[in-house]
Design a protein around this ligand. Structure first.
Ligand SMILES: Cc1cc2nc3c(=O)[nH]c(=O)nc-3n(C[C@H](O)[C@H](O)[C@H](O)COP(=O)(O)OP(=O)(O)OC[C@H]3O[C@@H](n4cnc5c(N)ncnc54)[C@H](O)[C@@H]3O)c2cc1C
Length: 688
């Protein structure tokens, strides 16, 4: 902070103290409701002028807004900024909603750097193994609830300490109890602060509910910390690398000549950028921001104690309603040696050589590039990260059992993605009958210090061929389980299935009607935007007797490989199963002018349309930028706009999204019967 800024902050702090002491608090009535111990905007402005803190009413309003931003007070319904009007505001008590611990000696907030010692917080990339080398005494000094956070986030550079300060501040002071017996009571308690919990909590607080949000690990959940955000950041670097190193023919066709051997990829820098991007975004999900939004934030593990209460850090929270948004976790699968090597990868023993056996929870901790990497799982996560690593220069082999990649998508579309990945250099072994064994082969690579492993698989087929693969890193992306155990859900009378998650009805109510489920812990649509929209349903249903239904959601999804692949609505196989007759309309990128200009002609759009009308039942796109196209199709489906009408939506020329409109043209042409066609020809002739 500059000295001017420090001076200003000090002045503001002084004004805040006097403001709290002098503004008149009274119980006041509005529309039959009494608001306890509140002040009025106009009176506060009077005080700020009288005390000479502000020289005009306009200045006083600006000053009031600054105090409100400091969380000194809030509008009683939290829906007004500070104004010179007859509006009621209440003071926010110290530590009322949770707060950073303040160091008694320095008066500063306690942050992660306090535990790491000044020098150990590197400014950039770390050249050390994957686990934190935090100074022992300080690590021991950590509150046990904070140790978990550093076990999964590495290296402790400035980016990761910023991330943790936002999403898991050390020694966070839980909100004050609001009942005399030391418990607290809330309109809504959210368990888990991934997207599902964050949106539910912020939305509910925004409409005036008293809300607690409990997170045991990192606010932001999978998406921010170990999912969407870091994966898209590494994909960005990978695709840039590919365009100058792997896509030489396309570059040369565009008249650009580079020497691919002169292009150097600094993997450490790539991963540092991933951490930087994540840290930059993390303030959106921070404990401090959610506190400012009116949510009482607890950092700790929530366990149910009854149908209407949970316990966290020894405090009982009673609730009128609760939302469980505990997400999921990656699973290992039976293979001799896998569990042991995975556990060893977390070792903090500096004398031990740590195998690089990862799930998405540890993948983004890598600082050194593996030479060869196995990826188990050819679903979305496996395919995205496999392609990214190959494009960054690691030799990748993807393993699967079903013979297919991206099994949810139409096979011919998924094949386009697979063929591009083969061109990139990825190998596939997709007919594994059994993963037999994995073990260290005793060799440690000089370049990165990673120990090599050998993995034996048995392939499908009568001769049951055994093949052994060697690599120095393994990513397991072979499935996820919902987080539903260890919370004493039985005491809350909430039923669950360890594979499918919480049992919820269409209104997202669990078997305890006061408790709702949100996001990955109770949905087969394991996407951030799905968790977001489930949260909106829960706010309506839990707080406003709403009738929002999960089955009303139309959820598109995308896999961010290159080319991307995306879908919305029903696939052909679903329609066949349901016995619904449909027609297919396609438009290929090779016929799209923009795709030709961009030399990006691989891929196509496929509409599945009701056999008798033009109602769109489903749509898939594979091609560059496909993810950005599906929103328009989703809008058409949501608004009941048929494919015939889509033909009338003018798209700027030349854009690849014209394939959406052009599919409408293809549809409309099928409506012209031979009679209509000859009639039209006749009219044209007469006019000539
Ligand atoms: C590698 C990867 C890439 C992805 N990419 C995309 C993408 O591009 N687009 C997309 O839409 N989706 C993507 N996803 C999926 C997306 O991340 C999830 O769908 C989303 O995070 C689900 O949010 P959630 O709130 O349901 O759960 P989570 O994000 O898992 O949050 C649940 C939280 O609950 C906490 N918790 C659990 N139990 C307790 C307890 N008892 N007490 C307190 N806290 C508890 C957990 O610590 C966690 O923070 C990706 C996922 C992965 C793994």
């Amino acid at each position: 902070m500059t000295s001017d800024a420090e001076e200003f902050k000090k002045d503001l702090d002084d004004i805040a103290i006097k403001f709290k002491q002098n503004v008149q608090l009274e119980d006041r009535k509005h529309r039959f409701k009494t608001y306890k111990q509140v002040f009025v905007g106009t009176e506060a402005v009077d005080y700020l002028i009288k005390s000479e803190a502000a020289s005009s009413r306009e200045d006083a309003v600006e000053l009031g807004k600054a105090l409100q931003q400091m969380n000194i007070f809030e509008h009683v319904l939290r829906d007004h900024e500070f104004e010179d009007e007859y509006l009621f505001y209440r003071m926010v008590g110290e530590n009322e909603r949770g707060a950073f611990k303040i160091d008694e000696k320095t008066g500063e907030k306690v942050k992660w750097a306090s535990f790491l010692g000044g020098d150990s917080v590197s400014k950039g990339n770390h050249e050390s193994p994957r686990q934190p080398n935090l100074p022992k005494p300080d690590l021991d000094a950590l509150n046990p609830k904070d140790v978990h956070a550093v076990r999964h986030v590495w290296p402790m550079d400035s980016h990761n300490t910023t991330l943790l300060d936002h999403v898991h501040p050390p020694e966070w002071r839980d909100p004050k109890a609001n009942n005399k017996d030391g418990s607290s009571t809330y309109d809504l308690v959210c368990i888990g602060a991934g997207v599902g919990g964050l949106i539910t909590a912020a939305g509910a607080a925004g409409v005036g509910a008293k809300v607690a949000m409990i997170e045991e690990n990192l606010l932001g959940g999978d998406c921010l910390n170990v999912g969407c955000v870091p994966s898209k950041a590494i994909i960005h670097s990978a695709n840039m690398a590919h365009s100058v190193k792997g896509d030489i023919k396309r570059l040369e066709a565009a008249g650009i000549f580079v020497d691919p051997n002169a292009v150097h990829i600094d993997f450490g820098k790539v991963m540092e950028r991933v951490r930087k991007v994540r840290a930059e975004i993390s303030h959106h999900d921070s404990a401090e921001r959610y506190t400012e939004l009116g949510v009482e934030v607890y950092i700790g593990r929530a366990v149910f104690t009854s149908e209407r209460s949970v316990i966290v850090n020894g405090r009982t929270l009673n609730f009128k309603k609760a939302a469980i948004a505990t997400g999921g976790y990656p699973t290992l699968f039976p293979m001799k040696g896998l569990k042991e090597l995975h556990e060893k990868s977390f070792s903090t023993d500096p004398t031990e050589t740590k195998p690089i056996v990862m799930t998405n929870e540890t993948f983004f901790n890598m600082t050194k590039q593996p030479k060869r990497m196995g990826v188990i799982g050819a679903g979305v996560i496996g395919m995205e990260l496999a392609q990214a690593m190959q494009r960054l220069g690691t030799e990748v082999t993807v393993f699967g059992r079903s013979g297919k990649v991206l099994p949810k998508e139409d096979e011919d579309m998924a094949e386009i993605v697979k063929q591009q990945m083969i061109k990139d250099g990825v190998s596939f072994s997709l007919s594994v009958a059994e993963y037999k064994e994995i073990e260290l082969n005793g060799n440690v690579l000089d370049d990165n210090g990673y120990p090599e492993m050998k993995m034996t698989v048995v392939e499908k087929g009568e001769d049951k061929t055994e093949t052994t693969f060697e690599f120095d890193a393994l990513l397991v992306a072979a499935g996820r389980r919902p987080n539903v155990t260890g919370m004493d859900l039985e005491l809350a009378k909430v039923e669950y299935d360890t594979k499918k998650g919480l049992i919820v009805n269409d209104k997202l109510q669990t078997t305890n009607p006061r408790i709702y489920g949100v996001g990955d812990c109770c949905s087969e649509f394991k996407f951030t935007h799905a968790a977001d929209f489930m949260a909106r349903i829960v706010i309506r249903n839990a707080l406003f007797f709403g009738k929002g239904k999960m089955s009303d959601l139309l959820i598109p999804y995308a896999t961010f490989t290159s080319p991307e692949i995306t879908s919305v609505g029903l696939y052909g196989k679903d329609l066949d199963e349901l016995g619904i007759e449909y027609r297919v309309f396609e438009k290929h990128f090779k016929d799209n002018d923009r795709a030709i200009c961009d030399d990006n002609t691989e891929g196509f759009i496929r509409f599945r349309v009701d056999a008798k009308t033009d109602t769109i039942l489903g749509c898939s796109v594979v091609g560059e930028g496909a993810g950005n196209m599906i929103g328009e199709v989703t809008l058409a489906m949501e608004s009941g706009t048929g494919l015939g009408a889509v033909a009338n939506v003018i798209h700027p020329y030349p854009t690849t999204s014209e394939v959406v409109r052009q599919s409408g043209d293809v549809y409309n042409k099928t409506k012209l019967t031979n009679t209509v066609k000859s009639l039209l020809r006749g009219i044209v002739k007469i006019q000539n």
